[in-house]
Design a protein around this ligand. Structure first.
Ligand SMILES: Cc1cc2nc3c(=O)[nH]c(=O)nc-3n(C[C@H](O)[C@H](O)[C@H](O)COP(=O)(O)O)c2cc1C
Length: 212
């Protein structure tokens, strides 16, 4: 079953890529998982102003960082004075997948008040489609023996991080997805905070046999 595992390693800037990389998590494996996850349903084509580097109409994009890129990013964050746990997770991660969703074009009036995107049903369905893709990838990665964590991203949402990775600022980060190996040496592991709070099935589902 999928569950959150936050694996925290040492944010030591002198560390090298470890030779304990899990061979079961090579790039082809990750691409296979993404290929399956990319079959998630989507209702509307994304807006054409997003179709510069990649032309797919799906309303998501995935930026893939391997262990070596994770360590470079970790060093950059540490050097910039970052004090979050993100460097520790980058240190333990075998991959980071920066997943964005592609909002429809907004004009200034429609996002007055600092809104990130317009609250249309189309945009809601773009997010829903991208989220279905993320959940599919989490399930497949779990099935393949990896530990996973869907994070809001903290410093990975910043313009600096977007520019460093090469993400268009027109895209919005839906999740920073950490993929960790099944076993990590000298790392601390933490579960998802909300895990035990979801209640029973009957707390959030209802059979509607005799609608009034
Ligand atoms: C969109 C999204 C963003 C999330 N961001 C964070 C985050 O920034 N920090 C965090 O601790 N957990 C984050 N989580 C993970 C949840 O905390 C986790 O799913 C929850 O605690 C339930 O635990 P479980 O995944 O083990 O069932 C996020 C989950 C989602 C869907």
């Amino acid at each position: 079953m999928r569950k959150t595992s936050k694996v925290l390693g040492s944010a030591d800037v002198d560390q090298k890529v470890s030779d304990t990389s899990d061979p079961a998590m090579d790039r082809d494996k990750i691409d296979g998982i993404l290929e399956a996850a990319g079959m998630a349903p989507f209702h509307h084509p994304s807006a054409s102003h997003h179709h510069t580097m990649h032309q797919s109409p799906v309303p998501w994009r995935v930026y893939k960082l391997d262990q070596s890129s994770c360590l470079s990013l970790m060093k950059r964050l540490v050097a910039s004075g970052d004090v979050t746990k993100v460097p520790n997770m980058l240190s333990a991660a075998q991959y980071l997948l920066q997943v964005t969703w592609l909002p429809d074009e907004a004009n200034e009036a429609s996002t007055q008040g600092g809104a990130l995107f317009i609250g249309t049903i189309r945009n809601m369905e773009h997010i829903a489609a991208a989220s279905a893709m993320v959940q599919s990838l989490l399930l497949a990665a779990t099935d393949a023996g990896m530990k996973t964590y869907w994070s809001s991203g903290g410093p990975l949402r910043s313009s600096e991080a977007f520019d460093y990775i090469g993400i268009s600022r027109k895209e919005l980060l839906l999740g920073a997805i950490f993929l960790f190996p099944a076993e990590s040496k000298n790392a601390e592991e933490k579960p998802g905070k909300m895990r035990e709070l979801r209640g029973e099935l009957s707390d959030w589902s209802l059979w509607c046999d005799s609608p009034a």
